[in-house]
Design a protein around this ligand. Structure first.
Ligand SMILES: C[S@@+](CC[C@H](N)C(=O)[O-])C[C@H]1O[C@@H](n2cnc3c(N)ncnc32)[C@H](O)[C@@H]1O
Length: 207
């Protein structure tokens, strides 16, 4: 019988030390895209939660742009790397599927390349929508499960028994935001390099 896949936590415990070096270009591209969409949809970044913040690349950008940013991640090792980068930003170890914040705590919630580890990304999106205030914005960048090259990557990850949850297509990401009660949902499909077909979906909480 094939060995069960590693958990994301074990994977990121191993990756954390060299994560910034190994994924620098990809992380820059995804953070830039998410922040561009966030800026297009909000005048002030305000209180902003980064779910699956990893080593804090985008948190640093948010802090430099005047946001009152909070990072959340499951991985102790990724959060330790984020703490080295950011001395003052609040960092919370928790799961995207059950955010430890009251309703309407934040002006915005953002997430990059994290929800495809969840078995139910739509449930995580409902959590992001829950913790955003009326009029607040959710921006979600992730692999586009409908992109041919991304499907190839997913196949390879499954064959090699790497941790994976569900990767949604760009249109399913948009639908999940709508189902979470967000309005004015938009989605951009885009590419990074030859390999990565990505999507950035965003929506606004009514009110
Ligand atoms: C590919 S890294 C992306 C990190 C960061 N967002 C970035 O763009 O550099 C995925 C991150 O999501 C975190 N993660 C995966 N599943 C999670 C979950 N259910 N709740 C919170 N964090 C999660 C992992 O620990 C890891 O730090």
């Amino acid at each position: 019988m094939a060995a069960p896949p590693e958990s994301p936590d074990a994977e990121y415990a191993a990756l954390a030390e060299n994560y910034d070096r190994d994924w620098a270009e990809y992380n820059r591209a995804t953070a830039d895209r998410t922040l561009r969409v966030l800026r297009n949809r909000t005048s002030q970044p305000g209180r902003t939660l980064d779910v699956g913040c990893g080593t804090g690349v985008m948190l640093q950008d948010l802090a430099e742009h005047g946001a009152n940013a909070v990072g959340l991640d499951r991985s102790a090792e990724m959060l330790a790397a984020a703490r080295n980068r950011l001395r003052r930003t609040p960092l919370v170890r928790s799961d995207a599927a059950a955010l430890p914040f009251p309703d309407e705590t934040f002006d915005a919630a953002v997430t990059n390349s994290a929800l495809h580890y969840a078995d139910d990304p739509a449930a995580c999106v409902r959590e992001l929508a829950r913790v955003v205030r009326p009029g607040g914005v959710v921006v979600w960048t992730d692999w586009d499960g409908g992109a041919l090259t991304t499907r190839g990557v997913l196949l390879w990850l499954r064959i090699t028994r790497r941790p994976l949850g569900r990767t949604l297509t760009a249109s399913a990401m948009a639908e999940a935001l709508g189902d979470a009660g967000l309005n004015d949902v938009r989605v951009e499909r885009w590419r990074h390099g030859l390999l990565w077909g990505l999507a950035t979906a965003s929506g606004r909480k009514p009110g």
